[in-house]
Design a protein around this ligand. Structure first.
Ligand code: G1P
Length: 296
């Protein structure tokens, strides 16, 4: 079995109910941070980490995603004839070549573990990445790339990890740490969405994973877990006494774009990173803050 990670699964079948009414007709993953859809950030991160095959687990109503990754010859021709080279370049960088991207439908919303399992035949017998596009991570070295490098040392299964406030632990998969080696921790237990006060630590799983194909065997059992769903966390936890599980404390800032507050924060943060927007946006934010302070 090759140890190189070249395939990534992007589970994007969720209904996005937290963003209704927008998500009535627009997949959540197409919603934009500044001028790029959420999913583009995950794709760029995956490419930087050496991913060559992109597998999307979708559901009804997600066809805008397929159009987004397709070539747009008319638009390209139009930009070319108008000499808008910079835009053309940006547009082309979002194109996926034939065979580079695959879409698989999850027919029933049975949970994240089930969504990942749907892609099993496209992975085969090699380690693979899972990326949840809701978790947007700004980092000098892209998060998945950091993990691929760490995974070269550990093997087994690796999940991105981050400390969260104790009162937020029940929204995450939480790690029980066996040995803390700094950025890498070895794991002796994992709990998906622990009840208040029952979390084994405040080290949470964030949506980046490098997993062994053994996970598919574990998912075959279709055991339901937290919330009555087939949980990826549970299938990974079965490998604690098997191929091993490691948490990786990444360097970077994570935005929870599955929540409105997180999405807004990411919009501001990415806007401030952009040279063409920074000055105006910063001036506006200062103005708003001082007006609010003056009104208090
Ligand atoms: C999923 C995982 C959870 C993880 C979280 C990170 O939960 O099941 O273990 O901590 O992503 O964002 P979800 O947010 O989809 O409920």
């Amino acid at each position: 079995m090759s140890n190189k990670v070249t395939k990534a699964i992007f589970p994007v079948a969720g209904l996005g109910t937290r963003f209704l009414p927008a998500t009535k007709s627009v997949p959540k993953e197409i919603m934009t941070l500044v001028d790029r859809p959420l999913v583009q950030y995950a794709i760029d991160e995956a490419r930087a980490a050496g991913i060559k095959e992109f597998i999307f687990v979708t559901s009804r109503g997600k066809s805008a995603l397929e159009d987004y990754f397709d070539h747009a010859p008319h638009l390209e021709q139009d930009l070319k004839s108008k000499g808008k080279d910079k835009l053309l370049e940006i547009l082309k960088s979002t194109n996926m070549d034939s065979g580079e991207i695959a879409y698989i439908r999850q027919h029933k919303a049975l949970g994240l573990g089930h969504a990942v399992w749907c892609a099993r035949r496209l992975i085969g017998n090699e380690p693979f990445a899972v990326m949840l596009p809701d978790d947007v991570i700004a980092a000098d070295k892209p998060c998945l790339q950091q993990m691929v490098e760490a995974y070269e040392e550990t093997g087994g299964n690796m999940v991105a990890a981050m400390e969260v406030p104790a009162d937020k632990a029940s929204a995450y998969g939480i790690l029980d740490v066996r040995e803390d080696m700094g950025s890498i921790v070895s794991v002796k237990g994992m709990v998906e969405k622990p009840k208040a006060g029952e979390a084994p630590s405040n080290l949470a799983v964030i949506g980046r994973y490098i997993l062994s194909p053994k996970i598919f065997d574990n998912l075959n059992a279709m055991k339901s877990g937290a919330g009555g769903e087939i949980q990826l966390t549970d299938a990974i936890a079965e490998e604690i006494d098997g191929e091993g599980v490691y948490g990786y404390r990444f360097n970077g800032q994570r935005y929870d774009c599955g929540s409105k507050a997180g999405f807004l924060q990411a919009t501001v943060a990415f806007g401030l990173e952009r040279e063409d927007l920074r000055d105006d946006l910063e001036a506006y934010l200062r103005e708003v803050v001082s007006a609010r302070e003056a009104a208090e």
